[in-house]
Design a protein around this ligand. Sequence first.
Ligand code: GTP
Ligand code: MG
Length: 185
Amino acid sequence: MGRLNGKKDVRILLVGDPGVGKTSLIFSLVSEEFSEEVPPKAEEITIPPDVTPEKVTTQIVDFSAQEQSDENLFQEIRKSNVICIVYAVDDDDSIEKISSYWLPLIRDQLGEDHTIPIVLVGNKVDLVEYSSLELILPIMNQFSEIETCVECSAKTLKNISELFYYAQKAVLHPTSPLYSSDDRD
Ligand code: GTP
Ligand code: MG
C-alpha cells in the first residue's frame, strides 16, 4: 500500500446509498460506454500502472449492500487508500446520508482523526440542470477528511476518468493543510 511515499498502489473504494450508480461508474470507466444492466457489485479490478495518469497500480473496489454485510464493508474501509462516497445529484436523501451516515461510519472504522482521503462523487448530472455543490460545500467545510468533490455521469461519461484521477491524486498528492483549523489558536 502506498499511503506515504512508496508509490506502490492505490486502492479506491466506492461506497454510497443503493442506486446512486457506483457499479455503473466502474463499468463506464472500464468499457467507456454506459451499460443499462449492471450487476449489484462489480468485480474488483486492477488497472496496471502504465495506463493510469499517475503511473501506479490502481485497484477499484465496489460495494453493494445487496450482496455484502456490514462486516464486509468495514473490512473494505480499513483496506482502502481513498474512499469515494457516491451520491446521486437528483436524490437529496443520498446527499443527506453523506454526513449523517457515511462519514461517521468511516470515522468509526478508521478513527476520528483518520487521514484516508474522501472524494465526494455526485453522479447522474445528466438528469438535472442545477449543481449539487451548494449542498456539498457545507459538508466539505465540516469534514476536513474530504479532499475534493466532483460531479459526473456514468450515462454520458462526463468526468468519469477525472473522478478516478482525483482519487489517485488524493492519495499521492494530498492537498490537506498541515494543521486543521481546530489546531490553530
Ligand atoms: P447498489 O449496488 O444497489 O448499491 O447500487 P449502485 O450504486 O451500484 O447503482 P447502479 O450502478 O446499479 O445504478 C442504479 C441505477 O441508476 C441503474 O438503473 C443505472 O442505470 C442508473 N444510473 C447509474 N448511473 C447513472 C447516470 O449517470 N445517469 C442516469 N440517468 N442513470 C444512472
Ligand atoms: Mg452496485
